[in-house]
Design a protein around this ligand. Structure first.
Ligand SMILES: *Cc1c(COP(=O)(O)O)cnc(C)c1O
Length: 406
């Protein structure tokens, strides 16, 4: 790293919940020379990634790929489907839901923010019954869209999207369903078509194990119909031009060629492992991480076991202990980055990412760094989280990923 005039021995541990570590295979794939984005080779690459990414979203409908961060894809979802002054029902699960709502305001929409009071909403998943009730009261169908975050990265809570779909259907409401799974995709089970999602927003730098820089809108037929009537100004984000040119594997502008090499490699890796195996791996590592937190005697930010995130775990520090001071100490002593507390949780918790290119030993090393850092911070721990996580992993053995030669 440029900022060091020395080499810190060993690897940096990037244990934030995105960007997640980029595997060497992907880094190498991205180092190929940039090619002509109008040439034949590019068209083949474009068709491959456009088709492959559909399998990750579990959709047969178009997935638009933007050279932008996840925030850009949030904007694309809203401006392609809505008109100035439209009411949208958003749900406060945490910091990212709050940012999406602010964006809706900035775009001239009228977001209504549902949620549990105070910090409660930041400890639980989306309450689908609250959405159903609000939609039933909206007899004129003034609400044009329901927007929820699937995996709330600021808290470590993964909401039940199928339940939100059922709530909209039960209320017989016409609103579009839009879901942010920027940090859930390719780590937590996600089903765009089956769950009847109209626009799914995602990004590259979390479960897909890529650097930041590309993002996605998976788009239903109903969303594309809505986009024909939507009058929010848009140009760069316009779906129809992109979907049209994507038919041959091209884009209306210069796409992010080298990141698409990376995406192609990531698709091979994820689909090669098998999505179900990827999800099971994440669930198992998350459970081991929670076993560690419980053994330390610390509290997990998510207060509902039914919606624990397989992607990250939020760890609350004891009253009076600044979680950012613990993070700083861990960074300085052990060269490991942990996620900071965001928004309402600033200083109250840190986040351990266990997503993407993470295995048993990666997690064990990360937990060891946490445990040493907590001790050095003078925090009284109930017991060894490292021992508890090892116990979990050895009593829940995964199918071996490798086979040695006989
Ligand atoms: C990371 C993240 C975002 C923001 O994505 P950027 O790529 O930083 O723009 C939005 N929502 C969620 C849930 C995220 O995890």
């Amino acid at each position: 790293m440029l900022k060091f005039d020395f080499h810190p021995a060993g690897r940096h541990f990037l244990q934030i919940p995105g960007p997640s570590p980029v595997p060497d295979r992907i880094l190498r794939a991205m180092s190929y020379p940039t090619i002509d984005h109008r040439g034949p080779e590019f068209g083949a690459l474009g068709l491959k990634v456009l088709d492959g990414i559909k399998k990750i979203f579990k959709t047969s409908q178009p997935v638009v790929i933007y050279p932008a961060s996840g925030t850009g894809a949030w904007e694309a979802a809203l401006c392609n489907t809505l008109s100035p002054g439209d009411t949208v029902l958003m749900y406060e699960t945490g910091h990212f839901a709050t940012l999406w709502k602010k964006m809706a305001e900035n775009l001239g929409l009228k977001p209504e923010f549902l949620g549990l009071p105070g910090i409660e909403g930041w400890r639980r998943g989306v309450q689908a019954d609250m959405i159903e009730k609000r939609l039933r009261d909206d007899t004129q169908h003034a609400i044009k869209a329901v927007c929820v975050v699937h995996n709330e990265t600021s808290t470590g809570v993964t909401s039940d999207i199928a339940a939100v779909r059922r709530a909209i259907d039960a209320a017989k409401h016409s609103a579009l369903l839009m879901v942010d799974t920027i940090s859930g995709l390719a780590s937590a089970d996600y089903r765009h078509d089956e769950w009847g999602v109209d626009v799914t927003v995602s990004g590259s730098q979390k479960g897909l194990m890529l650097p930041p820089g590309i993002s996605f809108n998976a788009v239903s037929e109903k969303a594309r119909e809505a986009s024909k009537r939507a009058t929010l100004p848009r140009a760069f984000w316009e779906w129809s031009d992109i979907i049209e040119m994507n038919k041959d594997g091209y884009w209306p502008y210069t796409p992010n060629t080298n990141l698409l090499y990376g995406l192609s490699e990531a698709l091979d890796m994820i689909l090669g492992e098998g999505l179900d195996n990827v999800f099971a791996r994440h669930q198992r590592l998350a459970a081991a991480c929670r076993a560690a937190v419980a053994a330390w005697g610390l509290e997990i930010q998510c207060a509902d076991a039914a919606v624990y995130s397989p992607v990250l775990t939020g760890v609350m520090t004891p009253e009076g202990v600044d979680a950012d001071a613990v993070r700083k100490l861990i960074y300085e002593h052990f060269d490991m980055s942990l996620g900071t507390g965001l928004g309402k949780l600033k200083g109250r918790m840190f986040r351990i990412g266990h997503l993407g290119d993470c295995n048993d030993l990666t997690l064990m090393a990360a937990l060891t760094g946490c445990e040493m850092g907590l001790k050095l911070s003078g925090i009284e721990l109930k017991g060894s989280g490292v021992a508890a996580a090892m116990e979990y992993l050895t009593s829940h053995v995964a199918k071996p990923a490798l086979k040695a030669a006989a």
